[in-house]
Design a protein around this ligand. Sequence first.
Ligand code: NZQ
Ligand code: ZN
Length: 391
Amino acid sequence: MENFDFYSPTEFVFGKDRENETGKYVKKHGGSKVLIHYGGGSVKRSGLLERVQASLDQEKIEYVLLGGVKPNPRSGLVYEGIEICKTEKVDFILAVGGGSTIDSAKAIAAGTIYDGDFWDFYMGKRIEKALPVGTVLTIAAAGSEGSPDSVITKEEGMFKRGASGDAIRPKFSILNPALTQTLPPFQTAAGITDIMAHLYERYLTNTKEVEVTDRLIEGLLLTMIHEGPRVIADPDNYEARANIMWAGMMAHNNSCGVGRSQDWNSHNIEHELSALYDCAHGAGLAVTLPAVFTYVMDHDVMRFAKAAVRVWGCEMDFDHPEVTAKEGIERLRRFFISIGMPKNFEELGAKEEDIPVLVKALCRGDGREGTISGFVTLNEDDCTKIYKMMI
Ligand code: NZQ
Ligand code: ZN
């Protein structure tokens, strides 16, 4: 195991009706003038936004509203949010929504108290300071409610890039699984896929002897395999939603990733798909993961075979571990299809003729010099082959 620091100061407020306590938690974490940030309208339709506003009113906390965050959030609204926060002297950002809203809120939080262009953080500068952020989560997926990360798309060039720093870990996150019951089945399934991808990206490691995190990841993957189909069949199943929601947080606050090298090539490869086609991140991952895993499997066949046996219940073929490894990847692929995810470029809305554009943005855009690295280092030729495998 490698040396590590792990600092995860978010206060998680979990369970039914907990959003009615939002005001109390904003106050506890020092907010007196709040920017309430939200997406395209689901929180208005469900009545959640109104309940959150009432909770702030109850604590006599002032707020301004900024809605309109799109899935795969854009830089334009971040600039707008930063201006509002400066003019209105906002001291706390409250995200009410999914990963996109939370990521946009984090970008505003960092950008408001930074003298330069907030995009510097998405070009690799670490976020050391930000306004405090709180969240009321409405979808189990990105894990942004507990993560130190934010992913934004820059409209100019449509580059989708991530920024990081413990300063943008939420001060509190309110997780009421019942709020996810209004999700369309496709979004529920995309969330399940993303959670599983966060676990796999950490499972694919070059660090030896990391049994404790291996076992945590395997346990969470088994939970997702059990609860995913239950919630797709019965969207009002609160208990299944509760297990998925907490798994989504655990999958990405890095408790499963400490002390080990991680992959993230699949995420980088997918981010270009959701940047270009505006598809759901999870749907892009459903197509990306099996292709990447098949391509890189030979780098460490036993790691894939271990997942196949422990997570997917495959029988170990000791003479031909690559057969077991492949079977595990195939079961993962079939699982994604079974919950309603796309299986190839066509179903995702991607086009073969765009592959050179995707590869260029992936390997050459903003700060990259021809390769991406993780579990293995991939060059432009490798990435071209991987995108072709998704056709
Ligand atoms: O915008 P509204 O109207 O709210 O609708 C959203 C949106 O259309 C809808 N939705 C959310 N909760 C709902 C609901 N509809 C009905 N009922 C509810 N309860 O679902 C759609 C998707 O929302 P979004 O916030 O985009 O989903 P998700 O949480 O999957 O976030 C995806 C974004 O997170 C990034 C992705 O790249 C993508 O941009 N990621 C962020 C990470 C992080 N910050 O740590 C890590 C991830 O790997 C990921 O890259
Ligand atoms: Zn993800």
